[in-house]
Design a protein around this ligand. Structure first.
Ligand code: IPE
Ligand code: IPE
Ligand code: MG
Length: 255
């Protein structure tokens, strides 16, 4: 009978804590480059998206081993509706299958799933799957995994601002609260989540494409040439290890 190897991360108990803590709590990722990856191989764009979905599964499993407690990934932006119907429907199918296939594993891995973005335009079945996995995993705390689907930072800020105005008009908040950062942050889709410490964008593009406009105001950014379907746990670990050398000042002065 094969003995269980206690040094193999796969066999670590769920409450074992990180193997190497790099001090980065919240990592956000703009998963870009699926289309180019597929094109380089002469394959349809959707093949790149399918491989991209596999990558996120691996990253979710290793993130807690590196001390990450929150992982937020950009899967579909409010601007991505401009793509062909075939690509949009294909992506929505990948999201549904991802949730269906991952639900049991994520629950048992201690992952809490959350979705940000607006649900109105999404297919009813996908939207139901999203709500059901959020409910099912709400008491998990090892890793909070947030997936941004039909998400745009500006749209989120507009919705939060409108809600704030409504609450003020209804007398639910004072004039002082109306002008507080916390009151706005509480009305964002990310309410209750810490701000990201590090935002990674793959594929060599050096823009933020409307991701976490408010929340990433003081995040560190890492832009890597790696295309998302080639992004491995080892690449994540390298980036996290480099984070420790950064001097985060938050506008102050370090003596
Ligand atoms: C990112 O990959 C995934 C989504 C935006 C859904 P892209 O599809 O943008 O890939 P490129 O940028 O065309 O290579
Ligand atoms: C950003 O990538 C959105 C996601 C990764 C989901 P895009 O490929 O849509 O961004 P642009 O068009 O290059 O700015
Ligand atoms: Mg892209």
């Amino acid at each position: 009978m094969a003995l269980t190897d206690p040094t193999d991360p796969k066999n670590a108990p769920l409450d074992a804590g990180p193997i190497t803590d790099y001090g980065v709590r919240h990592v956000a990722i703009i998963m870009d480059g699926n289309g180019r990856w597929a094109k380089n191989k002469g394959w349809p764009r959707l093949a790149g998206h399918r491989r991209g979905a596999e990558r996120i599964k691996e990253i979710t499993r290793v993130a807690p081993d590196y001390g990450v407690t929150h992982l937020t990934v950009y899967a579909f932006s409010t601007e991505n509706w401009k793509r062909s119907t075939e690509e949009v429907l294909g992506l929505m199918g990948i999201f549904s299958r991802y949730i269906e296939k991952e639900a049991d594993a994520l629950s048992s891995l201690g992952v809490r799933m959350r979705f940000i973005g607006s649900r109105g335009r999404l297919d009813g079945r996908l939207s139901k799957l999203m709500t059901s996995i959020e409910e099912r995993t709400q008491h998990n705390s090892r890793l909070t995994m947030t997936v941004a689907i039909n998400y745009g930072g500006r749209h989120e800020l507009m919705r939060a601002g409108a809600q704030l105005a409504k609450d003020y008009a209804a007398g639910l908040i004072s004039e002082e609260d109306l002008l507080s950062e916390a009151a706005l942050a509480d009305r964002l889709d990310t309410a209750g989540l810490p701000d990201p410490d590090l935002v990674i964008r793959t594929s060599g593009e050096t823009r933020t494409s409307n991701f976490l406009a408010w929340q990433a105001a003081y995040a560190e950014y890492e832009f890597t040439e790696t295309l998302w379907p080639d992004f491995t746990p080892a690449r994540l670990e390298e980036i996290l290890a480099g984070f420790g050398n950064r001097d985060r000042r938050f506008g102050g002065v370090k003596l």
